[in-house]
Design a protein around this ligand. Structure first.
Ligand SMILES: CC(C)(COP(=O)(O)OP(=O)(O)OC[C@H]1O[C@@H](n2cnc3c(N)ncnc32)[C@H](O)[C@@H]1OP(=O)(O)O)[C@@H](O)C(=O)NCCC(=O)NCCS
Length: 171
């Protein structure tokens, strides 16, 4: 597994940081853009992702204003010792349909362009798993486009196996 080739730290997002909010809004579009099915346009996916990112940031701002630590979701930020932002992971929680046990769900993961292949994604995956274990969750789930081979390889290296394959016929 890739070891970080940069000196990086993983920590929760600082919701009062303009740069970190901008990073999430920027990267969240990137996370669905790689290998998406032909029936979606990038513009549609980016628009929908931006809506969900804005709702996420709003929830986190409300929690911060109420001085609460959100327990059901977290945004993890990877940064260098010098404060350069490298990537993010967004993890939520839900009840697994089959086991009826609480699980973590990796909603999004992305590394800043130009910083791929340095172990940032791997470090974010490890931090995601640590967060989920700390929450007492029984498993981690995620969705990935079939053609996103790089992300799928990363997930496989981190121990993820395929569970369902969602299929669609447009009418
Ligand atoms: C998928 C993604 C998060 C991986 O992040 P990363 O920081 O590059 O990951 P790492 O460096 O920890 O490891 C990735 C592996 O792919 C390799 N890799 C990463 N970028 C590469 C590149 N540009 N060219 C060739 N290989 C690359 C690394 O060498 C490493 O392999 P190894 O573990 O065998 O050493 C990143 O490519 C990304 O942001 N992709 C776009 C968004 C995306 O697809 N997100 C997932 C949505 S489901």
């Amino acid at each position: 597994m890739a070891q970080p080739t940069v000196d990086l730290t993983i920590r929760p997002l600082r919701i009062d940081s303009d740069a970190e909010r901008a990073l999430v809004l920027d990267l969240i579009a990137r996370s669905t853009s790689v290998g998406h099915p032909a029936w979606f346009t990038f513009e549609l996916l980016a628009h929908r992702q931006r809506e969900s990112a804005e709702a996420l940031l709003e929830r986190l701002a409300v929690s911060a204003a109420q001085r609460e630590t959100p327990k059901r979701e977290v945004v993890l930020i990877a940064e260098t010792a010098a404060g350069e932002l490298l990537g993010f992971a967004w993890v939520s929680t839900s009840i697994d349909h089959f086991t009826q046990r609480p699980v973590g769900h990796l909603e999004d993961l992305a590394t800043v362009l130009g910083h791929e292949g340095k172990g940032v994604g791997s470090a974010l995956m490890a931090a995601t798993e640590a967060w989920a274990r700390d929450q007492g969750l029984s498993a981690l789930t995620l969705h990935v486009w079939p053609a996103n081979t790089r992300a799928r390889a990363l997930y496989a290296r981190h121990g993820f196996g395929e569970e369902t394959i969602r299929m669609k016929k447009n009418l």
